[in-house]
Design a protein around this ligand. Structure first.
Ligand code: GLC
Length: 553
């Protein structure tokens, strides 16, 4: 089980309002008590923080806002003492434009020119003499053209913000520099990497136009699935991880728009690429035609079908990661649960359902206590560059501000980034200073301190759930069968091996729900309850609102 720490928002040790590495070290007992095996730490490297550290200006130094290399060494040591491992974020599709490599590459005569995608513009038939258009029609994932023009007239490619230029992996010197940087971290004791948008590193020859119009991130269609990815990942395996035959590592690659077929290729152990991928299909099921800022009510059938599709596709070869939350997603409980009347039940139901699938579960900070979206109301409250870009573009299109802000409040990434709620005191115990993002008012009752003592809390449920993943073999290796795929409120599936049959049931609604007739459910009443999210366990009979039950048949 892997726990994601978003360092800006986890724990602040020096009162500057921004979380830091000593803050994380001071909170390790919370993670150990939860049963965490490994921590994925979002970027802590030197950065101008245009994208909160996903724009790196020095891969081998810690940003002073987060601490020092010595602080990181101390964190690694303290984690290893507790039997936990540290997985760092590897952001190598792009650097910051303030990285010395990119600064050097601005000079056409510098050997680092080829480390990035510098291209001349296309003649602009409607412009004046010498006017140019970007080299192709790709648009950034953060909206607008994926090309930025430099003072010299040339353009460089940025799949994300203009301050995040894409590295050219086709250049062998780039790959060598990255592999050597990775080894430097492994030598320091780091136990693996989560690889940011790693399936974008191999671009198609000639960077051809994307079909259709310039919709956000249209280049994904051209880049995702490029076969060069597998060559690079296999090379990375040989040049980095294989150099340490006596150690084991964890690798997980974030892959936009990846298909199950591609994920099998990447995670098949025999092909020696990565352990897991983070895919997006299930967190995109409620996106409308215009993408994430066009959220639609969830149709549970789509969510179940998506997870089931990946369970089946990776059953024989490869391995799934399991997540509902991370630093890029709104809080799942606010998105798909009921935070008013059934907050505790829906938080635990979502946890139970996810962790009973096959794969490695990832828990994002605050999820283990049921943290919710923040009630953002004004544009000034946001810090995320993606939110700022979306607001700018939507306003330019003439959309009414209330509409834009209403949508952003539901979907913005800043929802996941408000400070961790440690206690009911000032600033939720996150900082003694002014927090960089507002603390949710519900920290008064929704916080770690209150939940530690309460056997029925969301936190206690997560602890039980995580312990079960280690004691129940059927959860690790059992087969997966989705039941009642067309049911709109019931999420039901079976995990089975030669010895056990575990039935998982979840009522995604505020209403009582009868258990369907059917062979799959016989034996339920006489079964042994493994875990339920109502304090009295799983009484026989209908499922209560947002009830979760896992029962050995
Ligand atoms: C990944 C990160 C996200 C970041 C983007 C660009 O999707 O998770 O936070 O903005 O890559 O690095």
């Amino acid at each position: 089980m892997v726990y994601q720490v978003y360092p800006r928002s986890f724990a602040d040790s020096d009162g500057d309002g921004i979380g830091d590495i000593p803050g994380i070290t001071s909170r390790l007992d919370h993670l150990a008590a939860l049963g965490v095996d490994a921590v994925w730490l979002s970027p802590v490297y030197v950065s101008p923080h245009v994208d909160n550290g996903y724009d790196i200006a020095d891969y081998q130094a810690i940003d002073p806002v987060f601490g020092t290399l010595e602080d990181l060494d101390a964190l690694i040591a303290a984690m290893h003492e507790r039997g936990m491992r540290l997985v760092m974020d590897l952001v190598v599709n792009h650097t910051s434009d303030e990285h010395p490599w990119f600064v050097a590459s601005r000079d056409p005569a510098n050997p680092k020119r080829s480390w990035y995608f510098w291209r001349p513009g296309r003649p602009d038939p409607d412009g004046g003499p010498g006017a140019t258009l970007p080299p192709n029609n790709w648009s950034s994932v953060f909206l607008g053209s994926a090309w930025e023009q430099d003072a010299g007239g040339s353009y460089y490619l940025h799949s994300f913000a203009a301050k995040q230029p894409d590295l050219n992996w086709g250049e062998p010197a780039v790959r060598e520099a990255i592999y050597s940087m990775m080894r430097w971290w492994l030598d320091r004791g780091v136990d693996g990497f989560r690889m940011d948008v790693i399936n974008l590193i191999s671009k198609p020859e000639g960077l051809p136009d994307a079909p259709g119009g310039p919709t956000a991130g249209n280049q994904l269609e051209m880049v995702v699935g490029d076969p060069g990815l597998h060559t690079y990942l296999a090379e990375m395996r040989r040049e980095v991880f294989d150099r340490y035959p006596d150690r084991t590592f964890l690798t997980v690659g974030e892959m936009l728009a990846v298909t199950p077929e591609q994920a099998v290729l990447v995670t098949d152990p025999e092909r020696r690429e990565l352990d897991m991928v983070f895919q997006f299909e299930h967190v995109d099921v409620d996106h409308g035609q215009l993408g994430k800022y066009d959220p639609q009510p969830l149709d549970l059938r789509d969510l179940k079908a998506s997870l089931a599709r990946w369970q089946v596709a990776l059953a024989e070869r490869g391995w799934n990661s399991l997540y509902f939350n991370n630093h890029d997603q709104p809080r799942a409980i606010s998105r798909w649960g009921d935070t008013s009347q059934y907050w505790r039940e829906s938080a635990t139901l979502l946890a139970g359902v996810l962790h009973m699938h096959r794969g490695t579960p990832f828990v994002y900070q605050g999820e283990e206590i049921g943290m919710t979206n923040y009630p953002f109301a004004r544009i000034e409250e946001y810090r995320d560059i993606e939110a700022a870009r979306a607001y700018e573009v939507a306003t330019a299109l003439g959309l009414p501000s209330e509409l834009i802000l209403g949508t952003m409040a539901k979907m913005s990434r800043d929802n996941a980034r408000t400070p961790m709620q440690w206690d009911g005191e000032a600033h939720a115990g996150f900082t003694t200073g002014q927090p960089w993002l507002p603390v949710h008012l519900n920290h008064l009752w929704l916080n770690v301190a209150d939940q530690v003592e309460d056997a029925d809390s969301v936190l206690s449920f997560y602890k039980r759930l995580i312990a079960l993943r280690k004691s129940e073999d059927v959860l690790t290796t059992g087969t997966f069968t989705l039941l009642e795929p067309d049911h709109k409120q019931l999420w039901a599936f079976l995990r089975a091996d030669e010895r056990d049959r575990l039935l998982v049931l979840a009522n995604f609604s505020d209403d009582e729900l009868g258990i369907p007739d059917g062979d799959a459910f016989t034996g339920l009443d006489g079964g042994r309850l493994l875990l339920g999210n109502y304090p009295d366990g799983g009484a026989p009979g209908p499922l209560r609102p947002w009830e979760f039950r896992a029962v050995y048949l």
